[in-house]
Design a protein around this ligand. Sequence first.
Ligand code: ADP
Length: 258
Amino acid sequence: IYTELIKLNNDPNRIIGTLILILDVTEVRKLEEMRTDFVANVSHELKTPLTSIMGFIETLKNGAINNEKVRDRFLNIIEIETERLTRLIDDLLTLSDIESNGIGVAKKVNIKIKDVISEVSHMAEELARQKNIKYSHEVEENLPYVYGSRDWFKQLVLNLIENAIKYTPEGGEVKILAHKRENNIIINVKDTGIGIPKKDIPRLFERFYRVDKARSRKVGGTGLGLAIVKHIVISFGGEIRVKSEEGRGSEFIVRIPL
Ligand code: ADP
């Protein structure tokens, strides 16, 4: 708490009153802290792949380049790390775009949910096939349109489905359902994957929060996907919930008011 005592006097010889100003700066401090943490996190996240890339380039230059097998393996790692950096920067730009402009400036249209889910599903089917995961989508007939940014809505669905596939082992199942309930559209993304421990659920939507950092890195995660999802859901005036059981699977439930 910040306090200041101010004497009110237009005539220095006559004090007409005292104003005590008490300001609660908890929120301001919290925001400052979050910003500092965020910059530290971003720097670390950018540096890790760069250090790895530099290391492999050095080793190649020091002779590894002459061994064809080693060279190919190293180049492959450099490529993967570079892709991860690109994804991270894309996600950071998306997040900063939503945070600074909100959804306000994005072009708004009547969104046909069935079409968006079909589009995302083309990509999802390919990803799922590579992992031998059974993927399906089910959208209620004649759903009303949702009004808002189609691009953001697509990003929301995409992030949830990508996560479901990423965190589901081979042979599992991923499903997306959409239906109308009262004056809302409900979207469920369900998987039979690794699940999320109860204690981690409240922090899941924070930037860079991961249950298992090593696993997230291995599957190419940036730690920003759900932070982006949360922003988009809020901008649609909706909410998101998670139901999960470790070792059995997770379900992300999005409610968007019509
Ligand atoms: P990441 O890029 O690491 O996937 P996200 O913000 O998308 O970052 O997700 C944050 C964390 O939430 C992930 O690292 C993972 O631990 C957990 N998570 C997200 N979706 C799922 C899911 N469907 N099943 C299990 N864990 C999940």
